[in-house]
Write a protein that binds this ligand. Structure first.
Ligand SMILES: Nc1nc2c(c(=O)[nH]1)N[C@H]1C(S)=C(S)[C@@H](COP(=O)(O)O)O[C@H]1N2
Ligand SMILES: [Mo]
Length: 392
């Protein structure tokens, strides 16, 4: 195997005939890029920070994806605790993704003269490596761009955001690992601080640090309570919204969420029944302090009051360990129907909430009743609930 594969390597690395010198124009000419900061030590320092940000962003993104859309084998074992689990992973996902933007810009700046290296391809192997880097850079840039625009709830593209963002994440992270392997010798040579410093490197790295600090500190307040005062650039202020809580999609935006005068909650199980609001208010009421943690990156905690979902299912004759499907009054929309695995249903903090922060839910927060459960993405905290049914 060994001699054979290195033989393949040698063949792929055979020098290609160089292109005619006459084509070497513009930035392809030698000496075009004069800054001494286009050098590997600066790239490696930035690469370490960017690598850490990408890794954190990938892992937290994966955790959030699995919590929102688990494969069948996982859905039964996802934990309902800690209650702030998704809030933490999603907050960190958006924070690390935003921090990666200036880091990516700075790192690409240190290496972009390589785009114009001459000859463009020394060998087939060299061409393949450059192609790999092109895929990595494209995937990473598109990933950061779609993620940032998603925090603004702006989708100016024809493809579905979540699936695209998910697969680009694998592509960018996988491409990064291949890139690290290909560059391992160069990285190792520049890992330690060299004796002599390049002029301007310190100032350059200090400005990048300042840029990363600035974008992080002015956006993290959308999810980190003690940074709220600095939350200047984030699309949401978690303390601005009716009833002390932001609204992601108002009743009006959700279309015609008209609550019929004779609204009744329908619970379908072994013994189906319906209840009106007065009936629900007469059942034992419980409090739960739980966050809405939106995939867009903002989160805010609130005190919810209502009936335990487990109590409603017991009334329908469903045993513990039952999963449910919840349907909203909404006419349509991606969050009209939600499925909840049994461990969330059985959790004593999971409520069909009627009140928030001491007031009856208003229309925007899901009147007459909404779901609130621990460690769940905001998109699954269904508002304007019409029906709860047992699923097998
Ligand atoms: N039926 C329904 N429920 C929904 C939504 C929706 O569009 N329709 N939006 C979800 C999203 S994305 C979030 S973040 C939370 C926001 O809850 P809030 O508006 O009360 O803060 O509600 C969720 N529940
Ligand atoms: Mo959301």
């Amino acid at each position: 195997m060994e001699p054979n594969s290195s033989g393949v390597r040698r063949r792929l690395d055979r020098p290609l005939p160089p292109p005619p010198e006459a084509l070497r124009r513009g930035p392809f000419r030698a000496g075009t890029f004069r800054s001494p900061l286009h050098e590997p030590r600066t790239t490696v320092v930035l690469g370490r920070w960017l690598g850490a940000a990408v890794l954190v962003c990938f892992l937290t993104g994966l955790a959030g994806h699995l919590l929102q859309d688990p494969p069948a084998w996982l859905s039964g074992v996802l934990p309902a605790r800690p209650v702030d689990g998704y809030r933490f992973t999603q907050g960190l996902h958006v924070v690390s993704g935003i921090a990666a933007i200036p880091l990516t810009g700075a790192k690409l700046w240190t290496v972009y003269p390589r785009l114009f290296e001459w000859p463009p391809a020394r060998s087939v192997l060299h061409a393949l490596e450059r192609l790999g880097i092109a895929v990595l850079v494209a995937a990473l840039l598109l990933e950061l761009f779609t993620g940032l625009l998603n925090t603004l709830q702006w989708y100016p593209w024809p493809f579905p955001f979540r699936q695209t963002h998910f697969w680009l994440g694998w592509l960018a992270t996988g491409g990064l690992l291949v890139h690290l392997a290909a560059k391992a010798p160069l990285i190792a040579r520049n890992w330690r601080r060299p004796q002599a410093s390049v002029p301007g490197r310190r100032a350059f790295l200090a400005s990048v640090t300042a840029a990363v600090g600035a974008v992080t500190l002015t956006t993290a307040g959308q999810t980190v309570p003690w940074l709220r005062g600095l939350d200047l650039l984030a699309p949401r202020r978690p303390d601005i919204g009716s009833q002390g809580l932001p609204v992601n999609r108002t009743a009006a935006q959700a279309g015609t969420v008209t609550v019929p005068a004779d609204w009744r909650l329908r619970v379908d199980g072994p013994q189906p029944y319906t209840l009106d609001l007065d009936d629900l208010a007469r059942l034992p009421q419980h409090d739960a302090v739980l966050p809405i943690a939106c995939v867009e990156g903002w989160s805010a905690s609130a005190r919810w009051t209502g009936v335990r979902l487990a109590d409603l299912l017991a009334l329908a004759g469903a045993p513990t360990g039952t999963a449910v499907r919840v349907t909203s009054l909404e006419a349509d929309g991606p969050y009209r129907v939600m499925e909840m695995p049994a461990q969330y249903v059985d959790d004593p903090l999971t409520l069909l909430a009627l009140r928030v922060n001491g007031e009856t839910l208003n229309a925007d927060h899901g009147f007459p009743a909404r779901i609130i459960a621990p460690n769940r993405p905001g998109v699954l905290q269904t508002k304007w609930v019409a029906r709860i049914e047992v699923v097998r």
